[in-house]
Design a protein around this ligand. Structure first.
Ligand code: TYD
Ligand code: MG
Length: 460
């Protein structure tokens, strides 16, 4: 195949250069030149229409929204309930899903299980592996107990060959494991580079839309846990899923952070077993650690991301630090921690200026909702004072800079779940206090951080 010419375009100013340069010759910015296929002839994609654009192209017919038929999307349920839940009911025909997560968390395992389940109900599937050989994939399938699996495997990393195979074979679902290993002949940059990933993902997306094949792209993540490669990847695809969880613990969460065909922030919960990932249908209590006696620095909260409430233990350790004390958070936003420490100081008189502060959401779960604020503050205070919160205690609520405690969405559901699991005391925002009492649960409704601190002081 004749190679199309490539040029390098600056992401800052749009200037071009025939070669890669560290510095953009037009605007002087560093490291902004990205390789692109230049298959349009010189000047061909420049619009210059002194007489108006109607001379360049024909005007197209438009239609009012109401006249367009809104057909429901055709879905293919994978048969793995927890995965279908995050996808909003299953894979969508021609839909593209991007799934990211730490190495070894179980991306390949889950997708192989899903493809096998689809293949069993007669859907043709294709697993394109760029990271492992066919033999390694076969070994995994044996370990998963899928000895007679009919999933079609292709060990290939060249984009054009992969596209040709998908087009000819027309599977219902194709998995590309991973997008970082795929490369196109048309670009000279190395596989995994921003240009390659972007170009390959764009071609695969186009292929999905034109052929109706659902495509799942596996993506690597960076050290910070974000999907590696260009951000534009997330815009291109229909659904973005993240695998979360501690690789040392058994439980894994799959979270939808973008979904054009379903609710976002829906989560699927799995347990990694010897036979692969198994769905956990009643996950509410798996992120609590089992203390025989209440310990200082631990506070339970109820998080409600997606449709199911999850009880999660927030742990804090406050210890005397050096001249520049450290603030570290695992599973919670670091900037938010700094903010909460400032609010704690200003409005509740709890000073941690000369202390190291570490907070952790147990079980490797990531909590992005601000409803965790109150639990974070109470666990910090509990650790600082060396006093445990009472047995069966929980708290949730967003905390504002002025020291106010704001309600969390669907507070009743959170409280009911906690009561079901035997929790007996709750500190919650005033607006979340239920009108009718919940059996077995004493509720303290608070409006301000100071109030919450006073309630807790009265309890311990
Ligand atoms: P893998 O699915 O290859 O992860 P990724 O594709 O996200 O990098 O890794 C799965 C991990 O889980 C691996 O460390 C081994 C373990 N595992 C099990 O515990 N049980 C199993 O049945 C399988 C197949 C893997
Ligand atoms: Mg893998």
């Amino acid at each position: 195949m004749a190679k199309d010419k490539t040029t390098f375009t600056c992401t800052e100013c749009g200037g071009t250069s025939p070669r890669w340069l560290g510095k953009c010759p037009a605007c002087g910015a560093w490291n902004t030149l990205i390789e692109q296929v230049a298959n349009a002839g010189p000047g061909k994609n420049r619009l210059s229409a002194p007489q108006g654009y109607a001379g360049l192209a024909q005007a197209q017919a438009v239609m009012p929204l109401s006249a367009i038929e809104a057909s429901d999307v055709a879905r293919t349920a994978s048969g793995i309930d927890e995965l279908d839940r995050v996808l909003g009911g299953g894979m969508v025909e021609g839909g593209v899903v991007l799934i990211g997560g730490d190495p070894g968390i179980g991306k390949s395992t889950l997708l192989l299980q899903a493809l096998d389940a689809l293949q069993r109900v007669g859907m043709p599937t294709l697993y394109v592996t760029g990271e492992e050989s066919g033999a390694q994939v076969a070994l995994r399938s044996r370990r998963l107990g899928l000895d007679h699996s009919q999933v079609n495997v292709l060990a290939e990393i060249q984009l054009e060959k992969i596209l040709a195979t998908i087009e000819t074979m027309q599977p219902a679902v194709a998995v590309i494991d991973s997008i970082q290993t795929v490369y196109s002949d048309q670009l000279t940059s190395a596989p995994g580079s921003v240009a390659q990933v972007r170009e390959c993902a764009a071609h695969l997306t186009r292929c999905a839309k034109s052929s109706g094949v659902a495509i799942v792209l596996v993506g690597h993540v960076t050290k910070e846990g974000a999907l590696a490669g260009p951000r534009v990847l997330e815009h291109m695809v229909d659904t973005v899923l993240y695998f979360e969880g501690d690789t040392h613990s058994q439980f894994r969460l799959v979270r939808a952070i973008k979904n054009r065909f379903g609710a976002v922030n829906e989560i699927g919960v799995f347990a990694m077993t010897e036979k692969g990932l198994k769905g956990v249908s009643n996950p509410s209590a798996i992120f609590l650690s089992q203390h025989s006696e209440p310990v200082p620095g631990s506070c339970v909260m109820v998080t409600l991301e997606g449709t199911r409430p999850l009880l999660v233990e927030i742990q804090a350790l406050v210890d005397s630090g050096g001249p520049s004390p450290r603030r570290l958070s695992v599973g919670l936003d670091k900037d938010r921690l700094a903010m909460l420490l400032a609010v704690l100081h200003r409005h509740a008189g709890v000073a941690c200026m000369d202390q190291d502060v570490f907070v952790n959401a147990v079980g490797g779960v990531r909590i992005s909702e601000p409803a965790a604020d109150l639990a974070v503050m109470l666990s910090i205070t509990s650790s600082l004072r060396g006093k445990a919160l009472p047995r069966g205690f929980l708290a949730f609520g967003e905390v504002g800079l002025a020291g106010e405690v704001r309600p969390a969405p669907r507070g009743q559901e959170r409280l009911k779940e906690a009561a079901k699991l035997g929790f007996s005391v709750a500190v919650v925002p005033k607006a979340n206090a239920p009108k009718k009492p919940i059996e077995g649960l004493t509720i303290h409704a608070v409006e301000r951080v100071e109030e919450a601190m006073n309630v807790v002081r009265g309890l311990v």
